[in-house]
Design a protein around this ligand. Sequence first.
Ligand code: F6R
Length: 241
Amino acid sequence: MRIIVANDYEAMSKKAAHIIVSQIVLKPNCVLGLATGSTPIDTYKELINLYKMGVIDFSDVTSFNLDEYFGLPKNNPQSYDYFMKANLFNHINIDDEKINIPNGMTDNVVRECAEYEKKIEAAGGIDLQLLGIGRNGHIGFNEPSDHFEPKTHLVQLDEDTIKANSRFFDSIEDVPTKAISMGIGSIMKAKKILLLASGAEKADAIYDTVKGPITPKVPASILQLHPDVTIIVDKEAASRL
Ligand code: F6R
C-alpha cells in the first residue's frame, strides 16, 4: 500500500485527480471504477477543470460506479445516477453509452447483479478503481460482515451507514435501507485502486484498514492484499497512523 498524506481535503482531491488523469493519459480507453459520496466531490471538480483546460479527454473512457440505492429512480436527486451526472458526467465529454451504474429500480435484482459483473468483464476489467471509505470501514456498500462478498449483490445497509447518509435526505426514514453494490471480489479485481479519506471521523477506519488484521469486520482491510493500492488521506484521517 502506498500512503500519501495530504495537508487537507483540497490537496487530497488534487492529488487524486492527477492520478486519474495519468491513468487516462496512459490508456485513453481505460475503464474507471467510480464512487459517490462527499469524499470524491472535489476530485471530480478538479477533473472537470482539467477537462475544460483541455488536459483530458473522456470520450473513450468507460465507467462503472460502485453502487446504487435500491428502489430510488434515476431522477431522484439522492440517487447515485443523479449524483454522478450532477458532479461529473454532465460536465465532461464521456459517452453516455459507456457509463454504467447499477439499476436500483430493477425488477430482477439477481439478474441485474449478474449482468453488471458480466459487463465489467466484457469491458476488460477495471483499470483504476476510486474508493471512499465508510466510518465502519465499508468500501462500496460492502458492510462489516462475517465474510467477504465476492460479487455485485443486494446489500442491507448498516444502521451506521443509514445514519451517516441521512445528511443528504430530508429525514432518516427517507434513506433507502438497501443498495446494489459491487462486491469485495469485484473491487479487488481492479488493476489499481485509489482510496481517499478525509476528516477525523475516518481516522479509525483508516487505521484499521492499514494496520489492523485483514477481516470482513473491516471490509477495506482486504486492500492490504492488493498489489497496487494508493491511499490518499488528509492529516485528520491519517491522525492514528
Ligand atoms: C459511495 C460508496 C461509499 C462511500 C462511503 C464514504 O459510492 O461506495 O463506500 O465511499 O460511504 O462516503 P463519504 O465520502 O460520503 O464519506
